[in-house]
Design a protein around this ligand. Sequence first.
Ligand SMILES: *Cc1c(COP(=O)(O)O)cnc(C)c1O
Length: 449
Amino acid sequence: MHTASLAARSLKSVWHPCTPMKRHETEPLLAVQRAQGPWLYDTDGKRYLDAISSWWVNLFGHSHPHIRAALADQLEQLDHVMLAGCTHAPVVELSERLAALTGLGHASYGSDGASATEMALKMSAHYWRNLGRPEKNGFVGLAGGYHGETVGALSVTDVPVFRSAYAPLVRLSATVPSPDARLARPGDSAADVARRAAAALQAWLEQHHARTAALVVEPLIQCAAGMVMYDPAYLRRARALCDHYQVHLVVDEIATGFGRTGSMFAHQQAGIRPDFICLSKGLTGGTLPLSAVLTTDAVYQAFYGTDAAQAFLHSHSYTGNPLACRAALATLELFEQLDTLQANRLLAQRLSTAFAPLAQHPRVRHARHLGMVWAWDIETSLPGFAQRYHAAAKARGLLLRPIGSTLYCMPPYVLDTDEVQLLGSQALAALEDCLRQEAQAQSNPRNDK
Ligand SMILES: *Cc1c(COP(=O)(O)O)cnc(C)c1O
């Protein structure tokens, strides 16, 4: 199958996400035939380094032999069985391991991140209802927060482009200021910003706690907002305030979990324990859709009984799918076998060195890095910078998709020395390509379409 024809058929038959469809007339689809390690191969055999881990899900490269073998073995034994009234080894073992890793338990499963968000919201509000406080059913999140795009999840997703059209369908939650470290005033530290944002949270909770079920946050990095990073002091303060005002703390680790920020989970860097954790994306190493919510014994006990109205009945057809659970188990095994968190510290140093010329580029503001995430705000007047950069990077054999004018890299954990060098040099070269286009547009503005 030829690239052009597969892409053309796709545009006729598939509704692609995250891009207005007509734009694909000038932004061609990448028709991927196969993938190996960090590389995607298109239908013409050209390869691309997947520097954003296929939307932040792929941790150990594509087609990892350990995960593949686990899936093949599972397929021989049990493909799927409903989880209502049935159970199986992969879901039990995964739940036990996730409990050991998070210090929470009672895992409930969905398929996508957004359904994990919805489970956490429902469980939190239902908890308060079971305690005789049904008025505690509101939520509060951070400005710019992203927790998924289904109608329930949109209530805590503060991204107008995803939400505005559906505002009439959504019960919009309140937002409090983000502790975005870029807001530091001269002489300020990221911790000072965190303290100010926490003071705003306190003021909000002081007024609204009686009607609030939970605070929902992306810990340490608000990824979809453009890799907005903040100081762990905010999470410590948020935990204390949630305790004081009797409000749950939900940490959405869908993007930040599984080593992405340097620790297994981002909230662990603040030394806190949340009431709910939402997991997805890297959970299966980027092979199959799976999400999970884990919570405390106290929350679980509030639902424990024989009364259906008191119980958490939430279900999906594929809840706890054995193949997905097995892929997740294989992924967690890789963390141990490869000592991934330690190995990533060394890999991150090499990547930071490779990215140093980019970080020091005169057009870059707020170069930032945490764990296996790097981001740079680009000062540019080039219209459609994100699309132009994406195209320039693709021409150079890299898959990178800036968010607005924020360029970021979120690579899989398996890059070798050559791949690190290539990523650093080509990411910079793609920026220079865009800046040349900007210079051309400025010298001949009417040609810029
Ligand atoms: C991606 C993401 C989600 C939504 O996950 P989907 O699988 O896309 O529904 C929720 N929260 C965060 C923090 C995310 O990054």
